[in-house]
Design a protein around this ligand. Sequence first.
Ligand code: PMP
Length: 401
Amino acid sequence: MSLSSPWRADFPAFAAFSESCQTYLDSAATAQKPQAVLDALLDYYAGGAANVHRAQHAPGERATLAFEGARAKIAAWLNAESASQIVFTRGATESLNLLAYGLEVEFRPGEQIVISALEHHANLLPWQQLAQRRNLELVVLPLDAAGDIDLEQAERLISPRTRLLAVSQLSNVLGRWQPLAPLLAMARTQGALTVVDGAQGVVHGRHDLDALGCDFYVFSGHKLYGPDGIGVLYGRSEALSRLHHWQFGGEMVAQADYHSARFRPAPLGFEAGTPAIGTAIGLGAALDYLDGLDGDALAAHEAALHARLLAGLRRFDGLHLLGEPQIALASFVVEGVHNADLSHLLSEQGIAVRAGQHCAMPLLRRLGLPGAVRVSLGLYSEGDDLERFFAALNYALELLR
Ligand code: PMP
């Protein structure tokens, strides 16, 4: 039975792709953009670019309205109480670095930062480096047999010395949702701050951050069908007020003299310099686009792709899935075959997948693997993409084995 996406035609890249790459299966790295996002970018620039929050002139007011409108859309999307809880950054990575610098003075030597064994480098290295700067202990929560953060071990390891917990909502390698609610509760009980890396999770379903109750949540626009160069740091108002400023310059300052200055609170206090105006507007357009889709149809489509992806992969002898993914994303290895050779042969056949360590080197090492191939689908993906992929995989494995 064909499994077509009613939204495919909204994404002009697929027409352009057909020459060089028939099949794009790397959406967890970055997603294609719907025409509505491209239109919003063009509309903003063609209508007259202007800086925000600075000018009284008409183009400046138009830009400010659109930029702040995007902030309000993101707040609504995350069910934040106020748009002032949304800080624009360049992406999830920058949001996490902002936190690691902005919270630095909270820590005293010997205190703990707790992360997990499955973190992306973006949610590992800023904390590792902070731990080195402040002489802190970086505690790594182990995973259970399913590849999820082990709650029994977490209960043991999250301690009164824990000042911060930073964990992924959804693993970019294993495609599994992490048990956030109990983890956040354990951290809260110890009075620790909580950070959720939503870079992958934000793409799959709507999340009510007010209900989730984390202090901070970060994501990138480009995985959520928006432009690159724009990301979000959400914070609870009280948590945001604890952040120290980390980049200095125009617009983040309330009062400046030669030898002293007073800084603005969030969000503008953390958006030094000219922000990414067009791309913020583009991210707002991506949310409008997603809001306009039938959520039930979207969930059903993703579930069908997920089922077909896993069933298809399981038919290959010697192919081992890394865990049991819960979304339409699967990482795998094949006995006797190097992941880079496989992805190369797939690429030669017009199939784009990702191979390597997926910015999670310690996780791959822990799994005893030099790397893995990852296939990740988007709302525009179709059954035919998978059929082409399976045929190409079959051919590649015939050549390699
Ligand atoms: N965390 C996770 C789980 C990710 O998958 C990614 C992107 N691969 C990031 C953080 C970093 O996102 P970005 O590169 O857009 O800053």
